[in-house]
Design a protein around this ligand. Structure first.
Ligand SMILES: [Zn+2]
Ligand SMILES: [Zn+2]
Length: 142
C-alpha cells in the first residue's frame, strides 16, 4: 500500500479541507448500514480510520449525531455548504475519526480489510466477499 502521509482531501466545494499526517490508516472498512447508505446516497460508505490528532482539518463542519443499532452514537461531520460528509466519530471509539475516502484527493491506497453490515448490502452494490464480511458490527479491534 502506498503511504497516506501528507495525503490531502476536501469537500466538493472546497470550504472544508484536511491533511492526513499518519503513514497509514489504523483500519479500513466498507459499511453497508442503512445510515451510511442514507448519508452517502450510495450502497455503502468507504471509511479509513485515523487518530483524530493525525488529521488536520481546516474549515467549519456541521454535524449530525445518530444512535446506531449498536447503541453507540455516530456523529457525522459534513460541509455546511455543499453537504459532503467529511468524517465521523463514534462514541465507542473515542479519539478516532472515520474519513470518507471519496473526499481524499488520491485515494488509490484504500484497501478495505472488512465489510460491515453486510446484512444490509443491496444486491446491486458488489463489495468484496474475499475479505471478512460481518453481518453487523464486529467487536472493536484492539
Ligand atoms: Zn463543501
Ligand atoms: Zn455504517
Amino acid at each position: 500500500m502506498s503511504s497516506t502521509q501528507s495525503a490531502a482531501g476536501k469537500c466538493l466545494c472546497g470550504s472544508v479541507s484536511y491533511i492526513i499526517k499518519a503513514d497509514e490508516p489504523l483500519r479500513m472498512a466498507q459499511c453497508h448500514c442503512k445510515d451510511c447508505q442514507r448519508a452517502s446516497g450510495g450502497g455503502h460508505m468507504a471509511l479509513a480510520f485515523f487518530k483524530a490528532d493525525d488529521v488536520e482539518i481546516k474549515g467549519e463542519t456541521a454535524s449530525y449525531a445518530a444512535t446506531a443499532d449498536s447503541g453507540n452514537v455516530n456523529t457525522r461531520h459534513f460541509c455546511p455548504k455543499c453537504g459532503s460528509r467529511i468524517y465521523g466519530e463514534n462514541s465507542a471509539r473515542a479519539g478516532l475519526v472515520g474519513l470518507s475516502v471519496g473526499c481524499v484527493d488520491d485515494n488509490n491506497w484504500f484497501n478495505p480489510a472488512v465489510v460491515v453490515y453486510s446484512k444490509d448490502r443491496p444486491s446491486w452494490d458488489k463489495t468484496s466477499t474475499d475479505i471478512p464480511n460481518f453481518e453487523t458490527m464486529p467487536p472493536p479491534a484492539k
